[in-house]
Ligand binder design. Structure first.
Ligand code: K1U
Ligand code: ZN
Length: 172
């Protein structure tokens, strides 16, 4: 078990477009396992590799509310292959923007193809919070944060509040 350090915005690694993974090997499996440990500890419902400083196209997601049984998705090179015409709004948070939240509108359902931890090609259709979380994590792989989906004014206010939170945590 390894808990990795989560990068906090504004950090240039969060603006990086991550590189596709050429082979799902033991290094990637260790990264996935460490990312799951880190996400559960945070706690969070998703995590992208760049949030732990690794600029590879790797994400983990677990939106299950069953505390007894985890239902994680480990996704390597995830790609959205279809988006619904219907959109939905969720209040999003981000482990790289602690204590900051905003309503974000995204396609309500998506199909996503990806490689699992064994390098097997899979495709799922997701809706609800799972669809939102997968899109949020794929955004990270493209150097985007949820605040890039809201107005410049709201983004500025969130980044200002974030500075205060980070300063207060450093002082405590
Ligand atoms: O990418 C991340 O930083 C993780 C982020 C994912 C996410 C949250 C909400 C909507 C879309 C994507 C988080 O997990 S923030 C923490 C959070 O939402 C949460 C924490 C504990 C229990 C339930 C939710
Ligand atoms: Zn995030």
């Amino acid at each position: 078990m390894a808990i990795l350090e989560i990068v906090i915005a504004p950090d240039p690694v969060l603006k990086t477009v991550c590189e596709p993974v050429s082979e799902v090997d033991d290094n990637i499996r260790t990264l996935l396992s460490d990312m799951l440990d880190t996400m559960y500890k945070a706690p969070g419902i998703g995590l992208a590799a760049c949030q732990v400083g690794v600029t590879k196209r790797v994400i983990v997601v677990d939106v299950s509310d069953d505390k007894e049984e985890n239902k994680p998705y480990c996704m390597v090179n995830p790609e959205v292959t279809w988006e619904s015409d219907e959109w939905s709004v969720y209040q999003e948070g981000c482990l790289s923007l602690p204590e900051q939240y905003a309503d974000v509108e995204r396609p309500a359902a998506v199909k996503v193809k990806y490689l699992d931890e064994n390098g097997k090609k899979l495709e799922i259709e997701a809706d609800g919070l799972l669809a939102t979380c997968i899109q949020h994590e794929i955004d990270h792989l493209d150097g985007l944060l949820f605040v890039d989906h809201i107005s410049k004014l709201k983004r500025g206010m969130i980044m200002k509040k974030l500075k205060k939170v980070v300063a207060a945590k450093a002082a405590s």
